[in-house]
Design a protein around this ligand. Sequence first.
Ligand code: ZN
Length: 448
Amino acid sequence: MTSSPSSSREAERGSRRASPVGHAAMRSANLSLLLRHLHSRGGRSRATLSQETGLSKASVTSLVQDLVERGLVQEGQVERRGTVGRPGTEVRIDPLHVAGIGLELNVDYLAVCLRDLAGEVRFTSSIPMPYVADGEPADGEPARTADGCSARVADGRSYPPGLVLDRVAELLDESLAVAAEAGLWVAGITIAPPGPIDYDGASVRLASNLGWADVPLGEELAARLGPEHPPLALENDAKLSALAEAPRLARRGITDLVYLTGDMGVGAGIIAEGRLIRGWSGFSGEVGHIGLDPAGERCRCGRRGCWETMVGFDTVLAVLEKDDPARSGRLPMLERLARIRELLEADDPRLHDRFTALVEDLVRGVGVLVDVLNPQAIVLGGYFGHFADLLVAPVQTALDERLLAADGRVEVSGSVLGLEAAAAGGAAVALERVLEDPLLAPAVTPGA
Ligand SMILES: [Zn+2]
C-alpha cells in the first residue's frame, strides 16, 4: 500500500476518526449508490453516471470495476443517447450472476419466484396448498398436534405447519437448483406468510386462516434447507405485493397506494409517500378484520362481521355446488378461477348475485380505507385482480359517487402481477440486500 507523505500525515492526525472501517463503509456506500442508480434508471455511460451521482469519473471507473468483478454490472453496448463525439460504453445491471427468491404461503397455494438482478423472472412455480382433511392422516403426522396448529379451518381442513413447511422447502430447493444450474448466486429468500410477523423472531404471529399462531417459520425452514442456504427473511404477503406493484405506479407519479389481497382473507399493503407502512408492531393492513356488520357472520378471528366474511374468496365458493371442482383445494388456483369464470360466462345466477353483492361490500371496506388513508390508487390483487374486468369499473364508479372532494379521487385497478405478486415482491426484497451492500456478492470468475 502506498500513500503520499501528506496523506499519511493526514491519516495519522485523523486516525481516531478515519479508521479503515470508515473507508470501507464509504466505498460500500458509493458502490450501493451506483448500483441502485443503474438498477432504477437503467444502463448509461460512466460519464453520465459521474454527472448524475456527483462521483468523480475516476471513482466511477474504479467502483464500476469492482461491481463488474462481483457480477453485479456489465459493460459493453454503446450508450444509445447522444450523437456527437465518441460513443460511451454503457454500464448496466448484469442479469447473469445474482438473484433473489420470494415465496408466498397462501391459504390456497404456494408460489415461488426466482428473479435475477435485472428483474427478469428466471423461474416460477405454484402448487395447491397442502392440507389435511378431517379424519385423514398426514403421512403419519397427526393433524391436530403439529406445532402451533390445532384449529380446524374452512371445510374441515387443517394445515399442519410440518406438512406445509416440507412442501415450502421442496419449492425452495427446486428454485435454488435452478439458480445453481444457471450460475446465479442467491442473495436471499423472502417468505410471505398470510399474517402479521414477528420480525425479530422470524415467526408468524397469527395466521388465522391457516389456524397458525406463533409458528417459528424462519427456524423451521432453516433446519429443512440445511446449513448452506441463503439468508431467510419474512414479510407479510400484502406488504410484498404492494412493493411489487409500486414501481409500475411510481412511474406514473403515484406514491400513495393500497394493495388489497383477495384470498380467503383480505389484507392491505399500504405505501404512503413512496414508503411501506408497517405500523408500530408490523400489524398494519389487517383490514380484513375491520368490523363492518355487528350482526354479521362469525369470522375465523373470533369477531363478528369482519370485512373478509363479506368479500373473502370463500364467499364465492359458498354459492357453488358442494361438489363443484372449484371448491377443491387440491386443484391449482388458476384452474379453480377458470372454473368460476366459466360458470359466470354461463350466467350462473347465484354467482352473478354474489359478484353484485361483492362490489357493494368491496366499496364499503375500500371506502373506509380511502377515508382513512387518502391513497391515490387502490390495486385489487388475488381473486379480485383475476376478476378485475368485472370489479374495477363498478367499484370505481361507486367510489367516485361517494367522493368528499374532487381532488380526493382514487384510481382503482387490478394487479398486473396476478397470483405471483407477493412472490415477485419477495424476490425483489431479497435483492435489496445486495443493492444495499454490493460487497455481499462474491467475486465471479472472468468469463463465468
Ligand atoms: Zn375477523
